[in-house]
Design a protein around this ligand. Structure first.
Ligand code: 5GP
Ligand code: MN
Length: 338
């Protein structure tokens, strides 16, 4: 844990600055919530803030204040590059290594800006001038709240920013159920409710926006595609590009599917494999002490947290499935013990 606000950072933030906030590829609720939460708060001090994401994100995250001005690198490369080049400060949120922001990584690395990392993933690389980092935090959004409070900026935290921060905490804590949820997480949620957020409306915006196709895809994935290894306590679901197309797949439609196998009491390790845009992506989840961060790092060019991680495979979907099945058997004892 390094929760340090360098004196130089405090000094820089005293007068309006040109600021870029960036976050990881395939942004999730925490990535967008913490980025827009911080952005809305910084704007109160007259800073000129631009949020840049590596690529687009699902519709259920597109309602937060400031969403309309987010630059997606894949859609607006020149403007995004220009903003990064001009920036005096760059906040890197919810990622621990520059490869997580794809092509933006090189731009952020070359920029002259003062770089600030705010994150909760293990083992961050050394690319920042100021580090506010705690793996015990439920979410980066929780750390954004702490950062704002430590900066003495609570008074300028309005409902717009509070909604974003709450969304980040809600999604990354699995609606306050993952073990990373602490009493501090609940204290922060309480403070955000006191600011005036409508937590029921936020939950609905995030979780009640399934299309008919999305729900049918979930049914299909569980009924037809889930493979369970009962003796080991592992399960996986693999979905090909054709299968996703059949259900008119939209970004975000597979979000959450990976958690379902874990509701089988014996299953402690769950994997979702999806073939999207000619890339094979893997999501890993565990309950207990089996580290999916280590598994993703060791075998699938990825990483994440101990109980939630992701990665990708360079071989075909079929070969990825074969590789995964072999790895489940190979790591059988460790998974069982987890
Ligand atoms: P998800 O399965 O929801 O895509 O990701 C779960 C967690 O793993 C998130 O915290 C995310 O930041 C991290 N993660 C996902 N994909 C990758 C990856 O390719 N590399 C690394 N280092 N982390 C990832
Ligand atoms: Mn996060």
């Amino acid at each position: 844990m390094i929760r340090k606000i360098e004196p130089e950072l405090r000094e820089l933030l005293k007068a309006p600055k040109k600021i870029v906030i960036t976050t990881h590829k395939n942004p999730d609720g925490d990535a967008i919530g913490s980025s827009l939460g911080l952005s809305n708060w910084l704007k109160k001090y007259g800073h000129d803030v631009t949020v840049v994401t590596p690529n687009p994100y699902p519709e259920f995250l597109q309602w937060m204040s400031g969403n309309e001005n987010v630059l997606k690198f894949t859609q607006n490369q020149d403007e995004a590059a220009k903003q990064i080049e001009k920036a005096e400060l760059i906040f890197c949120l919810d990622f621990n290594t520059l490869s997580r922001i794809a092509e933006l990584g090189a731009l952020v690395e070359q920029a002259n800006a003062y770089r600030v990392l705010i994150d909760h993933h293990p083992q961050p690389d050394d690319f920042s001038n100021s580090i506010y980092w705690d793996t015990s935090a439920s979410s980066t959004a929780e750390l954004i709240y702490d950062f704002i409070e430590e900066m003495g900026g609570f008074d300028k935290l309005d409902v717009d920013a509070a909604e974003c921060i709450y969304s980040g905490i809600l999604t990354d804590s699995g609606s306050f159920r993952f073990s990373s949820t602490s009493s501090r997480t609940h204290h922060i949620a309480a403070a955000l409710i006191d600011i005036g957020i409508d937590h029921t409306a936020i939950f609905d915006r995030i979780n009640s926006s399934s299309s008919e196709n999305r729900l049918k895809l979930l049914g299909y994935a569980l009924y037809e595609k889930m493979k369970v290894f009962p003796g080991i306590g592992a399960a996986y679901i693999a979905l090909s590009q054709e299968e996703l197309k059949r259900f008119n797949f939209q970004k975000g439609d597979t979000e959450g599917i990976v958690n379902y196998p874990l509701s089988i009491g014996k299953v402690k390790f769950s994997i979702l494999i999806t073939e999207q845009d000619n890339e094979v992506k893997l999501s890993f989840r565990s309950v207990g002490s089996y580290s999916v961060n280590k598994f993703a790092r060791a075998y699938f060019n990825g990483g994440g947290h101990e109980n939630a991680a992701g990665g990708r495979s360079d071989v075909s979907l079929e070969e990825t499935i074969e590789k995964l099945e072999a790895l489940i058997i190979e790591n059988k004892q460790a998974i069982k013990n987890g």
